[in-house]
Every structure is written in C-alpha cells, then in structure tokens.
Design a protein around this ligand. Structure first.
Ligand code: COA
Length: 703
C-alpha cells in the first residue's frame, strides 16, 4: 500500500472532474454538483474541452491546464476516452483516479481495463474502479460520486462491490440511524483491492469499524493478511454464496466445498465477522463502530418488562452468550433499586414501575461491578415514564460509571417516542435497536470480535515434515504417463513424504507376488484394484477386505481382476494393492481443494454417514497449525464422538490434529501440483494410539 497515493485518492485536497458537464442529468454534472453541495473545501476543477464555466466553477480543457496540484481525478468520460484521460492525469501528477465510467472487464473489455491500470501504475497512480459510483467521506466533506448526498455521519466506513447497493445504503443510513464516515464503491477492483482499502482504513483516524459488502474477492490471501493485521473490527456481508459451490468436483471434498464454507472459514481465520444479511450488516456495524469489544462471557440484562426479558434471554442462548445468574452481591445491590416483586437474578427485572432513577442506579452499579462483562438495557414504553428521560438516565449512568471497556446496547420497545429516544442514544454513542434480540445480538458480535482477537494470538506455527523431492518424483512419473490423478499407491507415497501415517501398502503385479506381500505384511490384509481408470474401486468390485490366508489371497486376486475387467474392459490396471488391514477406529475424512480465491483449503469431518448425509464438515484456508486443527475438531456437530461416547475411550485428538497440520503442509507445499485430495477414511484410535490413513486420493492440477 502506498499510503501517500491512497491518501490522495480517498482524502484529496484538490479534485478534478474529467468529463464535467453543464448539462443537468449527466453524471459529469452530478459529480461536480455533489462536490459543491457536500461543501468540499479543496479546489474543484471541472475538465471539459468546450466549456469555460461549469456550475460557477472555472473549467479547463485538460487537467494539464489546471494551475494548481490535483490529488484525485474523478473520470466520467466514455470508456474509449479513458486511456487518454489517464495519460493526461499521469502527466499532471495526479495521485488517484476515481473511474466511474463503465464498459471495461464487466462487459468483456479486459484488455482496455488492463491497459488503463498499467498506464496509471506507470505514473505511480492508483485506480479506484472502474465501473463505480465514486467515493464519499464525511470527515472530508467529499462527495466524489453520483450518489445523492453524504451518508449520515458516523464512525464506520463501508466498502461496497455493488454500486447500486452503495447508493441504497447511503440513503438508508438516515432511516436506520447508522452513521458512516466513508462510503467507497470499488466496482471492478482493477487496481485498488478491498485488501488495500482495509489496510488504508485501518490507519484512518475517522474510522472505527470497517464494513464490507463483498461479491467476490480477487486476492483472498492478501485480504486475509490485511484483515488479520487490522486493529479495528471488520464485518463483511458476502453475497453470492450459492453460485460457486459443488460444480463437477472430482473429489469428495470438492463436492462439499462451496463459497459459503470457504469464505466463512477465511473470514474466521482473518478475524472478520460475517453478517448474515443486509439488516445484520447495519446492526453489527452500529455496535462495532460505537462500542468496545466484550472481553468476557457475563452478559447482564436489565429490563422493565418480563416479556422482553424472556425474548432477550432466548436470544442470548441463540447467539452464544447464555445468561448466568448474577452473583449474590450483585443481586443484593440491585434489589435496592426495584420493588419487592422485582427480580435481580438475570435478567434483572426492575418491573413496570421502574423510573429514571432505578434505571440509572442499576446501570451505574452493574457496569462498575467486575462480574459484568457487557450490558443490555431493555425498556418497554409505559404510561408513567418518558422514553427520552429514560434514555438520558441510561446515558448519564454510563458516563458516571467511568467504564469504557464494557459494551452496552439498548432496546426500547414502543412507538414514536421510543424511536426518537433511541435516535438520541445512537447520537450519543449507544447502539439502540427496536427489538431486544437485536440488542443481544449486538453484544454477541462484540463478544465474537473479542474472541476472534484472542484467537489471533494462538499458536500458528505450521508443521514442517516434508520430503518434497520424493513427492514430486511420484507426481512427475504420473504426469509423464499423461495422468492427472494418482493411484492410491502413489497418493499414499506422496502422503508419506509429508509424514502422514498411511496403512502399509504395496503393489503386486502377479498372484504369487500378492501372496508374498501378504505374508510379509501379516494377515488379515485388504486387497484393492489399482487403476487410474477406476477411481471408485468398491463400485467396480475392486476391494476385498479381511483376507485371512494364502488361499483367500489367490481367490481375491482373480476375483478383483475379473470384476475390474467387467467394469471397464480397457482399464489400465497397474496391479493389485496389498494392504495392512487396519483395526477399527473412528472414521474421519480429511480433504483439500485449491480454491480459486483462497488457494489450498483443507476440510475435516467425521466419515461415513456424517459426511455423506449430514455434511458435517469444517474448512480452513492453509496453513493450519496444530492448535487451529484442534479447534476444527471441536467445530463439527459430531465433535463429542471424538471425545468418546457410550463408554468409549476418547480418541487421539492430538495425533489427529498433528495429521491435519501435516496435511495442510502437504497441500500448501504442493499447491502448484495438487488440485484436490482426500484422505478417506482416516481411522482415529484411542488416545495415545494414533491415526491411520486407509485410503488416499490426489487429483493433479492441469498443466
Ligand atoms: N476530457 C474531458 N471531458 C470530455 C472529454 C475529454 N477528453 N471528451 C468529452 N468530454 C466531455 C463531453 O463533452 C461531455 O460534456 P458535455 O456534456 O459538455 O458535452 C462529458 O465529457 C461527458 O461525456 P459524454 O460523451 O456526454 O458522456 P456521458 O455523460 O453520456 O457518459 C459516462 C459518460 C462515463 C457517464 C458513461 O460512459 C458511463 O460509463 N456510464 C455508466 C456509469 C455507471 O453507471 N458507473 C457504475 C456505477 S455502479
């Protein structure tokens, strides 16, 4: 990130509008008018070859004719004229280009887009867009866009990949009372990426929360890196989670991975909160932009109504912050601020008799008590109270408590007066919501943010147990035969090169060899067809298990060969694998895909029906450390099975986590080679007894 250039782009001291027009209705007119209407204090230079004056401002035929410096140029000439405009801006020494013009990669004009980026970069300029609405900043009184006005002022900044949505959000900031400092439209992301803007906003003094509307990232890993380093909360709404999914995947993992899962994993790893919908994006942004993270699990709810208290209690459980009873000393003190029939347990029910003072006293006391980590204050409009006075009392009590590190959210349920009181609260830095569950969800987001930040400090050291050369030898030999999938025997050789504990597997080419090998491995053994043309071995009758003696080896050898030939007459048969028959263990699956956005990505789940039917799996973008792998084991619904159920001993989770870590090293190190892979099943034994990879599959990248 070149900070000076991006400062020029997003916080310019002088702006040119290339394609400014005196004709109302044209975008070139609207942009100039918006700059004037937003009371921008820097110089505005309309650029137009024919006009001498636009909206009362002196116009120039070219940026090169402008006497003073220009930080940013908003470009609104048709796409065919953009390359020349870029060159002139470069010659003038402009820092950033806000290219509103459409007609580039979004309509297949990729070369034209690449050309303007190259040209701009040659001059040291950066491009926002093209195909955008523009960029708006309240703190700079800058509306360099064709969105009608600056958003309601606030501390969050939003980056949107959809221009139309940005305009809609701009208007909605006023009705929803969620304030923003900057709204940035990013369009085609030809040059400046979301990651670049996250890095820049992280340094922006007027932004406390970064809010993102994402359709598809181009540079997944850069985004993760920028987000992980950010010292501010980031909340993202990812749209289009259903499109990219399970299309024609060669592996099990490929069919289970979809944009929703992989983006979800990447966001979590990068410390990005994920909004569930647009409504939630607003709600979460409001909380994150105004309140500190919640550094513990203890949520206290204060209410004047039992009903909203129960709704909030349900929501607390739903959003992962289940309520606990307040300790005795907290209850005793709170009891002083309610009638006899109130309840101080949690939710704290001050009853319908609660007035300003009871609210103020209980809020002040609760925030100052060390047990309380976060507070939700609920209020149902009553005939005896004035919502505005309650709001003032709550705000004053928060101030008086002196507590700055515990978050508070409020919900007033009622009519117009309650709505006005909530607007006042938001203006005074307290997030307020029309429904109790939303206030609870706001605190859950602040708790989630604190958790994510804690996780960022966990051990991220990766396993380095690799023999790349050995793996490449196997892969190159397969490629030399024109193959893009490895046989099980080959895949296991690659796995072994990265320290993965596979079952002993040898390849027999004759019946006698098979007998010899089985004797060496020790009975019982498993025998499997090895053919690049038969990926689904069981379906082809190519697998025989629990073979106990020489006679059975010979029978199985013949049976497997004839089954394979019947399945696919011209199959290229490498031989028959003779394998150690691993004792029973809990079946799990590991797998990988090479995600187009995030690169090598790993999947873990329980095997058998858990993966087939329930799709109970979890993903991580590599690298995955052992402690991150342990966390993955706890994420699936079937996690208790690994802990040992129905009197079974706990499974060897430590060894499984180490195996995941080694698997991660393998797919990361061989990212240029492996497209998809599965280790399925992997058998997990009792604690201390390790794991065994029973079957392995690797699909190579096309070269
Ligand atoms: N330098 C400066 N101004 C120039 C110029 C040059 N080299 N060449 C022409 N102009 C002037 C034109 O004369 C015109 O001014 P005028 O009204 O005084 O004649 C002005 O620039 C605009 O050019 P015009 O040809 O009238 O274009 P337009 O306004 O019809 O369309 C865009 C231009 C950029 C708005 C249009 O091409 C476009 O891309 N629209 C879509 C924008 C959009 O939706 N973006 C994405 C949102 S998500």
């Amino acid at each position: 990130m070149n900070k000076d250039v991006l400062n020029g782009l997003f916080r310019p001291k002088a702006v040119a509008v290339v394609g400014a027009s005196a004709t109302p209705g044209k975008i070139g007119y609207t942009v100039v008018k918006n700059l004037i209407d937003s009371k921008y204090e820097g110089n505005i230079y309309p650029i137009n070859p024919k006009a001498s004056d636009i909206l009362g401002l002196k116009a120039y035929p070219s940026v090169k004719d402008v006497p003073g410096f220009i930080d940013a140029a908003v470009i609104v000439v048709p796409s065919t004229l953009v390359p020349q405009a870029v060159i002139e801006c470069g010659e003038k020494g402009v820092k950033g280009l806000i290219i509103i013009t459409s007609g580039f990669s979004e309509v297949g004009q990729k070369d034209l887009e690449a050309q303007i980026v190259q040209s701009a970069n040659n001059y040291g300029m950066r491009i926002l867009g093209p195909n955008i609405v523009g960029s708006l900043s309240n703190s700079d009184k800058l509306n360099a866009s064709f969105a009608p006005f600056l958003p309601l002022a606030g501390k969050a900044s939003l980056v949107s990949q959809s221009g139309a949505l940005l305009i809609a959000i701009d208007a909605a900031t006023y009705t929803r009372k969620v304030g923003f400092d900057k709204l940035i439209s990013i369009g085609n992301m030809a040059d400046v990426s979301i990651a670049d803007i996250v890095e820049w906003l992280n340094e922006d003094e007027n932004t406390t929360c970064i809010s993102l509307y994402i359709e598809g990232l181009k540079d997944g890993r850069h985004f993760m890196e920028a987000s992980r380093k950010a010292r501010k909360p980031i909340v993202a709404l990812k749209a289009g989670v259903s499109a990219h999914g399970a299309a024609a995947a060669a592996s099990h993992t490929g069919s289970l991975a979809g944009a929703a899962k992989v983006y979800g994993a990447a966001f979590q790893q990068a410390g990005v909160l994920q909004a569930t919908d647009l409504d939630n994006l607003f709600d979460t942004t409001l909380a994150l932009s105004l309140q500190p993270p919640m550094n513990g699990e203890n949520l206290l709810i204060i209410t004047n109504g039992g009903g909203v208290g129960v709704l909030a209690t349900d929501a607390a459980e739903k959003y992962g912050l289940p309520l606990k009873f307040a300790p005795a000393d907290v209850q005793a003190e709170l009891k002083k601020h309610m009638p006899e029939f109130g309840s101080a347990k949690n939710p704290v029910d001050l009853t319908g008799m609660a007035g300003n003072e009871w609210y103020a006293d209980s809020v002040r006391f609760s925030l100052s008590h060390p047990w309380v980590d976060g507070l939700v204050v609920l209020y149902c409009e009553t005939a005896m109270t004035d919502p505005q006075e309650i709001a003032i009392a709550i705000h004053k009590a928060i101030q008086e408590s002196g507590e700055k590190n515990k978050p508070v959210a409020v919900s007033f349920v009622g009519g117009e007066r309650s709505a006005q009181a909530m607007t006042w609260l938001v203006e005074h830095g307290i997030p307020a919501y029309g429904a109790p569950d939303k206030a609870v969800n706001a605190l859950a987001s602040l708790r989630e943010y604190a958790r994510i930040k804690e996780m960022a400090h966990e051990d991220t050291s990766i396993c380095k147990n690799e023999n790349r050369e050995q793996a490449l030898k196997v892969i190159n030999a397969a490629r030399a035969e024109g193959r893009e999938s490895l046989t099980e025997v080959e895949a296991k050789q690659v796995f072994t090169a990265y320290g993965l504990p596979v079952t002993t597997t040898t390849l027999a080419h004759t019946e006698d060899e098979a007998v010899q090998m089985a004797n060496k491995i020790g009975f019982p053994v498993v025998m499997k067809i090895v053919s690049p043309d038969i990926l689904h071995k069981s379906d082809a009758g190519g697998v025989k298990v629990n073979i106990k003696d020489e006679k059975e080896v010979r029978e199985a050898y013949q049976a497997i060969l004839s089954n394979a030939k019947a399945y696919k007459a011209d199959a290229d048969i490498h031989g028959i694998a003779i394998q150690e028959m691993a004792p029973w263990g809990t079946e799990v699956i590991l797998g990988s895909i090479n995600d187009p956005t995030f690169g090598p990505t790993l999947m873990f789940g329980l095997g058998g029906i858990f993966v087939e039917v329930l799709k109970d799996v979890t993903f991580r973008v590599t690298p995955v450390s052992t402690s991150q792998a342990l966390r993955m084991l706890g994420e699936i619904r079937g996690a208790p099975i690994l802990g040992g159920v129905r009197g079974e001993a706990p499974r060897d989770r430590k060894m499984l986590a180490d195996t995941i870590c080694n698997y991660s090293s393998m797919i990361l190190d061989l990212a240029d080679e492996i497209s998809e892979s599965d280790a399925n099943p992997v058998l997990v034994y009792e604690e201390g007894k390790g794991v065994k990879v029973v079957d392995a599959r690797i699909i190579l990248k096309k070269k």
